[in-house]
Design a protein. Structure first.
Ligand SMILES: Cc1cc2nc3c(=O)[nH]c(=O)nc-3n(C[C@H](O)[C@H](O)[C@H](O)COP(=O)(O)OP(=O)(O)OC[C@H]3O[C@@H](n4cnc5c(N)ncnc54)[C@H](O)[C@@H]3O)c2cc1C
Length: 493
């Protein structure tokens, strides 16, 4: 039988995992990638003797990788390690560092002075979160929806007692369980992982607390997160999948209701029987297919996640006083959360995340040195358009960090690279540098999210953060299974 040819635009984690599933099913797969190396947001930067993971630094739901490996009949091509504690949290004006242990008793000991009966409250909160997870995960997240009606029919299978969680915020739900500021902030922090804030994220996403503490926890990868990409690339080579780098798709040619060719910047036409788009599902529909529903005006009105200011610092010293994954919060949680979404004037003292990559991956820094990765959520380019002040912001964070760790790290800096939302936008065609893509409000999930099949061309499908089921590595891997199912159905004789 002649193998059907699939052309995938984008070598992000969505493109690579879909390519592997399809190649293993006998499709002839080629990938086109705008950049000089694969991985998309899950990427790597080597500079001045240091190596940094540029995007994700850990992932949850490790079982989706096991499922991917089983589906493809391979051994997982990288090794991951559970994080325990999950992360450390520091709050300004509070000398204590909180460690998020999965052992709830151990976690509770740290709140004994702030939150009476924390352990019971936490167990009760997590029971509810587990219920949400069990009721919704397979029905909503692991399913393909052909129409809004089918989506609503699926939602009707969900326990109606959970309905208020669609209307309540994450923060509101957390405040129903905890009374201290410390517990509320620390437990609701996970909402930021979805690229918004606990105040505008629906309470159904408290299921993430279940994922963090009860279900699977968090993992990083031996040798760095980029080993995921390298592992998948090795498997793709075995399947003769070719990747064309430095090639950006900008136009298309249709024929008889199907997509015939994609055209790259040099004018070269790329043909296939089936096309998979791993570039952002909303951006591609607007910029390449020029669909009115994704015009600039309509895109602006959609809800996007925050931008990220990320920077990668190599220091010529060891930092034994710093943990592996660390959050540094201020003393004005709500005010800060409101500002970082839309206020172009960044707060003087931003909140930020620091990963000391070299704690677990010693090869990424020269001897006696550390590799640090900073992420600071900032307004995306819809709200903060000018990043001429990037160095001021970066050095104010570095100074704040220095204060926290009792060491001025400025004199030890051997390497510094900064990515603003403008850089993220330009590197990966991410809308306005909104680093996690479309947000997950009620009208942008399930059947309301840009679909993983095209509205017009029956031979075009989508995978990645801005299509179903959503953003983050595990969601995108689940998305690669959903889109593969669609392609298999489409290809049935
Ligand atoms: C700083 C940061 C930290 C993060 N941290 C975490 C984390 O800790 N854990 C986690 O699970 N997730 C995290 N995420 C989110 C995660 O990285 C993404 O959800 C995921 O990697 C998205 O994968 P993707 O395949 O959908 O898209 P992408 O990675 O964006 O891949 C799309 C690819 O398409 C290419 N492309 C775009 N347009 C074109 C075109 N026209 N022609 C050719 N190629 C094109 C791009 O260059 C890119 O390589 C983080 C993201 C960022 C930015």
């Amino acid at each position: 039988m002649v193998k059907r040819k699939v052309l995938i635009t984008g070598a992000g984690i969505g493109g690579l995992s879909t390519a592997l599933r399809l190649a293993k099913r006998g499709y002839q797969v080629e990938i086109i990638e705008k950049n000089h190396q694969a991985g998309g947001r899950l990427n790597q930067l080597a500079r001045d003797g240091f190596v940094f993971d540029t995007g994700p630094s850990f992932f949850s739901m490790s079982y989706v990788f096991k499922e991917l490996a089983d589906d493809c009949g391979i051994a997982l091509p990288f090794q991951y390690n559970e994080l325990n504690p999950l992360y450390a949290v520091n709050i300004r004006n509070n000398p204590k560092t909180y460690f998020l242990f999965k052992d709830i008793q151990k976690l509770a000991e740290q709140f004994s002075d702030k939150e009476p009966d924390f352990e019971n409250k936490m167990r009760n909160y997590l029971k509810n979160c587990g219920l949400v997870f069990n009721e919704t995960f397979d029905v909503v997240i692991r399913s393909n929806f052909d129409s809004v009606i089918q989506y609503f029919l699926s939602l009707m299978r969900v326990n109606p007692m959970l309905l208020p969680l669609l209307l309540r915020s994450f923060w509101k739900e957390v405040t129903r369980h905890f009374s201290s500021h410390e517990a509320r902030q620390i437990i609701s922090l996970v909402a930021f992982f979805l690229g918004r804030t606990p105040f505008d994220t629906m309470a159904v996403y408290t299921l993430l607390s279940h994922v963090e503490f009860c279900y699977d926890g968090y993992y990083n990868v031996s040798g760095g997160m980029y080993k995921i990409v390298e592992g998948l690339l090795n498997e793709l080579i075995k399947e003769n999948v070719v990747i064309h780098y430095n090639t950006e798709i900008i136009d298309y040619i249709e024929h008889n209701g199907k997509l015939k060719y994609l055209t790259d910047r040099s004018g070269k036409k790329w043909d296939a029987d089936i096309f998979v788009v791993n570039a952002d599902a909303a951006v591609f529909r607007g910029a390449v297919f020029r669909r009115p529903a994704f015009s600039e005006e309509r895109m602006k009105r959609m809800h996007w996640t925050t931008g990220y200011l990320t920077f990668y610092v190599g220091v010529k010293c060891k930092l034994p006083q710093v943990h592996h994954h660390n959050y540094f919060l201020g003393a004005n949680y709500r005010e800060y959360a409101e500002k970082i979404l839309t206020n172009p004037d960044l707060p003087e003292k931003p909140y930020y995340y620091v990963n000391v990559v070299s704690k677990y991956n010693q090869n990424c820094a020269p001897e006696g040195c550390e590799s640090l990765f900073f992420v600071c959520p900032v307004p995306n380019l819809l709200y903060k358009k000018n990043w001429n002040d990037k160095e001021n912001v970066v050095f104010s964070i570095l100074d704040d960090f220095s204060q926290h760790i009792n060491l001025n790290i400025r004199p030890f800096i051997a390497s510094l690279t900064i990515y603003t939302p403008e850089d993220w936008q330009d590197m990966y065609n991410i809308y306005k540098g909104s680093c996690l893509g479309l947000s997950h409000n009620m009208w942008q999930i399930g059947a309301f999210r840009p679909k993983n099949f095209d509205e017009k061309f029956e031979n075009v499908f989508y995978v990645g953060a801005s299509t179903t089921p959503g953003t983050g590595i595990p969601m995108v891997i689940i998305g690669s299974k959903l889109v593969t199912d669609r392609i298999e159905k489409y290809s049935e004789p």
